[in-house]
Write a protein that binds this ligand. Structure first.
Ligand code: NCD
Ligand code: ZN
Length: 352
């Protein structure tokens, strides 16, 4: 049997990324712009990116932080609030400034205080988005105190997502960073208007990795990793080649003091070694031939965009590929995701 040791892929895109701002942005942006053509940029800054004006200014700050020679396009999003103006959204979409709107249930995750409490109050925006074909990226977790954190995704699907999709059947919805078999099954059951992103880390860690043998703050993210059976469902979905599933790393840097402390932030920084991690996961499944669909084809197809023209090479090396354990930014040090196994696949950019 011949073993693949070299693979050419269309340049990947990241359909869910946190780039932050200021010194953190400058420090971590190159990890993405080195290997990725585009990324959907999360709007959960403090204060959040809520208007077209905010998105334009943020886009400019990202472009100003981009290293010389890097070929990267940020795809901007607006943070949906109960006072979002449907007209502002429609104009921002029409001008090409934004590619999606992000729905955070209030209190679901880092910087989500301004999120939606009463879904009735955003129905005018959802109606407009359905009409113009603008995707809604959904953080699918309920925040009710009486719902166990490990059940929040499944409950969200039943209580919020399914009724919303029935009310707005034309609305394009991305279930972001799904973590459960329930999420996989629901994404499969929808029509062409439904897709789901899967992160790198949820393909690799389960909840034991966070909690057994001591608490591992650098494996803590939201939605929190679930049982092994759910991780296996995610791996099966990602490697299946189904156009419903594509990569959204949810790479979410926090400086180390905010991760390792009495009340640590949620978020895992995977941007820099994601392609190596994914090649490992897909190789283990005997599915390297599906990697390009997951990282480079299914996402643009759902968003109605062309795949990137440029390509990257993944090369399997005998010696493990070295990644820094930390990225030192002007805002502090950020720990790089440690998958717990050596990485042998190296991503190399092909010239345009
Ligand atoms: C994200 C962050 O830090 O902004 N954290 C995370 O654990 N994924 C927020 C989010 O996307 O939920
Ligand atoms: Zn996120």
């Amino acid at each position: 049997m011949s073993t693949t040791t070299r693979l050419t892929l269309r340049r990947p895109d990241d359909w869910h990324l946190h780039l932050r701002d200021d010194e953190m942005l400058k420090g971590i942006l190159p990890s993405t712009s080195e290997n990725f053509g585009r990324a959907i940029i999360m709007p959960n800054l403090v204060p959040p990116v809520v208007s077209a004006k905010d998105a334009k200014a943020y886009r400019e700050r990202i472009m100003a932080a981009l290293p010389e020679g890097h070929d990267f396009t940020p795809l901007m999003t607006l943070y949906l609030t109960e006072t979002t103006d449907p007209q502002d959204v429609a104009e921002a979409a029409k001008s090409g400034l934004i590619s999606a709107v992000k729905l955070y249930p209030a209190g679901a995750t880092t910087n989500s205080q301004s999120g939606v409490r009463d879904f009735e109050n955003v129905s005018n925006v959802l109606e407009k988005m359905a009409e113009i074909g603008l995707p809604l990226c959904v953080h699918g977790e309920v925040t009710d105190a009486d719902v166990d954190i490990f059940d929040r995704e499944a409950v969200f699907i039943d209580r919020i997502l399914d009724p919303m999709r029935k009310r707005f059947p034309q609305l394009k919805v991305v279930m972001e960073h799904i973590t459960t078999k329930d999420g996989v099954d629901y994404a499969k059951s929808g029509g062409d208007n439904l897709a789901a992103t899967i992160t790198t880390h949820h393909l690799i860690i389960n909840r034991n990795d966070i909690l057994v043998g001591g608490i591992k703050p650098h494996f803590y993210c939201l939605p929190v990793a679930k049982r092994e059976e759910h991780r296996l469902a995610l791996v099966a979905a990602a490697t299946s080649g189904s156009p419903r599933f594509f990569l959204g790393t949810d790479s979410a840097p926090h400086r180390d003091e905010r991760k390792v402390c009495g009340c640590g932030c949620a978020g895992i920084f995977t941007a820099i070694n994601t392609m190596s991690c994914l090649a490992h996961v897909f190789e283990n499944e005997g599915a390297l031939d599906q990697l390009e669909a997951f990282t480079s084809l299914n996402g643009p197809a759902f968003y109605g965009m062309a795949a990137n023209e440029r390509t990257i090479e993944l090369v399997k090396c005998d010696a493990p590929v070295e990644f820094p354990s930390h990225i030192h930014t002007g805002d502090g040090s950020v720990t790089v995701f440690d998958p717990g196994f050596p990485l042998h696949w190296k991503a190399i950019n092909n010239p345009s």
